[in-house]
Design a protein around this ligand. Structure first.
Ligand SMILES: Cc1cc2nc3c(=O)[nH]c(=O)nc-3n(C[C@H](O)[C@H](O)[C@H](O)COP(=O)(O)OP(=O)(O)OC[C@H]3O[C@@H](n4cnc5c(N)ncnc54)[C@H](O)[C@@H]3O)c2cc1C
Length: 483
């Protein structure tokens, strides 16, 4: 522990964001830089608890008190080494993780948590600036070939781990660019794509091969794949969006959130979207259906495109404000949160269901009929006399994803599917010999930090499968002893 009285002397302080009216003018990240000395002060707030609950809270098991200590002592290079010993991509989690480590920080019981995520981001950005982040080349190469299907955070983390163990890794991606939802789901204002490109360049230098535009199961038959590789890892994500069965669903102007978000990310990457295909919120009255991360991203994107107004509805009741006794510390609290996009100007309503999409004579959406609901006996019940119509030209469905796509690759491989429709595994092994699964494809729609963690764990299982043992670190098998 660096400074014994740090948590008494310093208050939690996060870097400011650009003012709303300024940041909505473009799609760039808007968190302003913080001085080195301020990051060191924030790190000094860590109490180095005897039982560091933050380790438990972090799905990666990051050694948080150790890197905080090193930052406080101005040994940033050591902090960087500690950080990357458990997390392949702190530049992603340092920007977009909901930071379960912070909600399980002991300080957060009666004070504000240590600013762990901000410290993490600053460690990795400093490491890049100082040139400490170099390609991690394996000392030896095995003759084992591994195919990773899907280039989201789980596939990338697994590829990075397996390559460092000396295996020859090829990542297949059906999209035209690498990154999964980091590329085409999450908007630039949360994660600029240059951050992703910087990492992919490093991975290429490390010897990982990337093949884009290959839809495995369509362009490359599963049978062939099995013959060509010693092991296969499925990290194809949870890609089938949940639909809304309301009257008028077919109206022009009702879209899945991902269709809208992907287009904007492509536009920013310089791709041309034809006018007849374009989904644009400029000058429109927008309704975002669903109160999660995806919904929030639709709000921020609509506002930046110049929507006339944005309303967001959620069928679940408004969460508790401040603390929720049902989710006590150190659990991740189910409480009301307001995302940066929601702060930018949208109306939010809870316990509201969509009854009908109303179109004009051309089939174009012009209004949505809503009704208030309450949860009774395991189902939603409409509240009498609460039906109303709101004007709306564009509605986005952001109510989650049901499961991965079954047709094509999964059907061809014949892997078992679990009761939720995800790929069934035991220690990341699917029912098919030599085929593994990780990330959203295995656990269902989740978080980037879980995807990275799953990629690391699966890589270790694959290494053991191929060589009988493993040199790879994972949350449950730490190789380093830093203390
Ligand atoms: C809009 C949105 C915003 C989000 N925001 C956040 C956030 O702020 N913070 C957070 O922690 N999490 C967030 N998430 C969740 C997070 O992005 C996912 O949990 C994570 O990306 C899952 O990683 P993955 O590697 O399992 O799959 P994905 O990222 O979904 O990647 C899967 C990849 O596999 C490819 N693929 C699928 N099938 C094939 C095939 N047959 N052949 C070749 N390629 C294939 C797909 O094209 C895709 O690129 C968000 C999700 C969405 C949708």
């Amino acid at each position: 522990m660096g400074k014994v009285t740090g948590f008494l002397e310093y208050k939690r302080q996060l870097p400011p964001n650009k003012p709303v009216e300024q940041r909505i003018q473009d799609f760039n990240e808007f968190v302003l830089p913080v001085t080195k000395i301020n990051v060191e002060k924030q790190a000094a707030r860590c109490m180095d608890c005897g039982v560091p609950f933050c380790h438990h809270g972090c799905p990666l098991g990051n050694n948080i008190p150790d890197f905080n200590d090193m930052v406080y002592k101005e040994n940033w290079k050591a902090a960087y080494k500690i950080l990357i010993s458990t997390n392949n991509f702190p530049e992603f989690t340092g920007r977009i993780c909901p930071a379960p480590c912070e909600t399980s920080c002991v300080l957060s019981i009666n004070k504000e948590a240590t600013a762990i995520e901000m410290i993490e981001k600053n460690i990795i950005e400093r490491a890049f600036k100082e040139g400490w982040v170099r390609p991690n080349l394996p000392l030896l190469r095995t003759n084992k070939k591994i195919a990773v299907i899907g280039s989201g955070p789980s596939g990338l983390a697994a590829a990075s781990q397996l390559n460092s163990a000396g295996h020859q890794v090829t990542v297949f991606e059906r999209a035209d660019r690498i990154g999964g939802l980091l590329r085409y789901g999450i908007p630039d204002f949360k994660l600029e794509k240059s951050v992703l490109d910087r990492r992919i360049e490093l991975m290429k230098e490390e010897g990982i091969e990337f093949k884009t535009g290959v839809n495995v199961g369509v362009d490359y038959a599963a049978k062939e794949l099995i013959g060509d590789f010693n092991a296969i890892l499925l990290t194809g994500g949870s890609t089938i969006p949940r639909d809304l069965k309301a009257n008028g669903r077919e109206a022009k102007g009702v879209h899945f959130a991902m269709d809208f978000l992907t287009q904007q990310n492509k536009r920013l990457a310089g791709d041309y979207i034809s006018e007849d295909q374009a989904i644009i919120a400029t000058g429109k009255q927008v309704l975002v259906i669903g109160g999660g991360d995806t919904g929030s991203d639709c709000v921020g994107t609509s506002i930046r495109q110049g929507a006339l107004n944005v309303t967001q509805i959620e069928v679940l009741p408004k969460p508790a404000i401040g603390k929720n006794p049902k989710t006590p510390w150190p659990e991740y609290p189910a409480i009301l949160r307001t995302s940066s996009s929601q702060q930018e100007g949208c109306q939010r309503f809870w316990s509201v269901q969509t009854k009908q999409f109303i179109a004009d004579e051309r089939g174009q959406l012009k209004a949505v009929k809503l009704v208030d609901v309450r949860w009774v006996n395991g189902g939603f019940e409409e509240i009498k006399d609460t039906e109303r119509e709101i004007p709306c030209d564009l509605a986005f469905l952001s109510i989650g994803f049901v499961h991965p796509q079954h047709e094509g690759l999964l059907t061809q491989l014949g892997v078992q599917i679990d009761e939720r429709g995800n790929v069934k595994t035991r220690k990341f092994h699917t029912s098919k010999e030599g085929v593994f699964a990780a990330g959203d494809m295995r656990r269902g729609q989740s978080l980037v930090v879980h995807a990275i963690s799953e990629g690391r764990e699966a890589a270790r299982e694959i290494d053991i499968y191929l060589t009988g043992t493993s040199v790879l670190d994972s949350k449950n098998h730490s190789l380093i002893n830093i203390r």
